[in-house]
Design a protein around this ligand. Structure first.
Ligand code: C2E
Ligand code: CA
Ligand code: CA
Length: 402
């Protein structure tokens, strides 16, 4: 924890700082674990007052307590816009996230302004992400829900910040349309030294994968943490290992000068493989729940409705017909298509048979055998693809070293 300097800040000082234009943003890069490339950045506010830098940990809580957050937000939005355009001027087009406090969402003006910004010709919704904390649900306020809905309607992606620190984080995921979850840096820093924390991170990645939510790891400070998260299939990294937050000119220089970090698709391949196994488990689990409870009507459960049967629309399918095409040189890639489709078809047949008016469970069990046969084939081919990928990488490394 960075020691907080002993400064007394009042609401009048903040207003004075706004008048004197003393606030600015620094930008901290986010990189993709898969490609190693920079894929985004977070705007973090700074205050230079009388030659001293006052950290947001000091002035944000005071602005929040004194009702000044929306004023500060409004004052900063033109800075944010100018910075995005300056970053774009380097030829790099990445989404930039901005922290929006619960206080900002309780009134309509900040979101109205963001909405105006992304409907202007300058910037689009996909250029902006909004980071919020779970306190958005702890405060019972209808305006917050409205604000969040409006943001999402503008095409802005929502990120849940500080995941893993609060009490109701998981519940929040079901109530708001988050595209990203950012795992808190406390969790990330403890992960490498504690098996329990490692498993918690693994559990979060499993949960978000099932919910189709991407993950950002915050506070990645070491190569060890970077590599561990990469193997676990986390989506993006942010932290001092990559770069501290930088003033916009330095951020632009960073963009121009810094080579990508080592990327690997292994984490993605492993996580897809785990997702395919979990699909089979969901089918069998649903049947067990349904068959085991004879007191309920044979209606598809929430679990059943959630299972994706379309081989092109499931997570694997989207990857296979999208980025996965990069694996076209591998025989296993081509061999995967048919058994994967058959596995999804078998899953759908099982559900239909089990929920029919007069289910024959002997037949259902033989269908489960089919599902498992196709699933095992898919699993073996995924392992072959992973092996092939590792061999290719090794060959590339050897020829690069020669
Ligand atoms: P946050 O949104 O969770 O931001 C992450 C904080 O972690 C930032 O601190 C960042 O500088 C720091 N950090 C990043 N990488 C590392 C690392 O590898 N190790 C360590 N130890 N720290 C790292 P910062 O900039 O002091 O911001 C603190 C908090 O202030 C933010 O936490 C956010 O809640 C708030 N904040 C900052 N800017 C804004 C803003 O514009 N609006 C609002 N509403 N809140 C803001
Ligand atoms: Ca944040
Ligand atoms: Ca945090």
């Amino acid at each position: 924890m960075t020691p907080i300097p002993d400064v007394d800040v009042t609401a009048a000082d903040i207003l004075d700082g706004i008048r004197g234009d003393e606030f600015f943003y620094c930008y901290q890069p986010k990189t993709s674990f898969e490609s190693g490339k920079l894929v985004g950045a977070e705007a973090l506010m700074r205050w230079r007052r009388n030659g001293r830098l006052i950290p947001p940990g000091i002035f944000i809580p005071i602005a929040e307590a004194t009702g000044l957050m929306p004023t500060l937000f409004e004052h900063m939005l033109p800075h944010f816009t100018a910075d995005i355009l300056s970053i774009r001027g380097t030829g790099v087009h990445i989404p930039i996230s901005i922290n929006v406090s619960t206080e900002d969402l309780k009134v309509s003006r900040p979101v109205d302004l963001l909405h105006e910004l992304v409907t202007s010709k300058l910037i689009e919704g996909q250029d902006v992400q909004v980071e919020v904390t779970e306190s958005i649900v702890l405060v019972d306020n209808p305006q917050i829900k409205k604000s969040v809905g409006r943001l999402v309607d503008s095409g802005i992606k929502l990120l849940m910040d500080d995941f893993g620190t609060g009490y109701s984080s998981i519940d929040v995921l079901s109530r708001f349309p988050f595209s990203y979850v950012k795992m808190d840096m406390g969790l990330i820093s403890r992960m490498t030294g504690s098996l329990k924390n490692y498993r918690i991170v693994k559990g979060i990645l499993h949960l978000t994968r099932d919910l189709n939510i991407k993950t950002v790891a915050e506070g990645v400070e070491t190569n060890g943490a970077y590599q561990t998260l990469q193997m676990m299939g986390c989506t993006e990294a942010q932290g001092y290992f990559i770069s501290p937050p930088l003033a916009v000119a330095d951020f632009n220089a960073f963009l121009a000068e810094t080579a990508p970090l080592p990327g690997t698709q292994i984490g993605t391949l492993f996580s897809l493989q785990a997702g395919l196994t979990s699909h089979r488990k969901s089918i069998v689990g649903t049947i067990m729940c349904h068959h085991g409870d004879s007191s309920t009507e044979p209606e598809p459960s929430a679990m059943e409705q959630e299972i994706e049967h379309d081989p092109k629309n499931c997570r694997f399918g989207k990857w296979y017909y999208g980025e996965g095409r990069a694996f076209q040189d591998h025989a296993a890639y081509h061999a995967l298509e048919a058994p994967h489709r058959q596995m999804r078809e078998a899953g759908l047949k099982i559900i239909e048979a089990a929920y029919s008016d007069d289910p024959d469970f002997g037949e259902v069990i033989s269908m489960i055998r089919d599902l498992n046969d196709h699933g095992s084939k898919v699993d073996r081919l995924m392992s072959e693809l992973i092996e092939g990928y590792l061999i290719d990488r090794n060959d590339r490394n050897i020829s690069a070293a020669a």
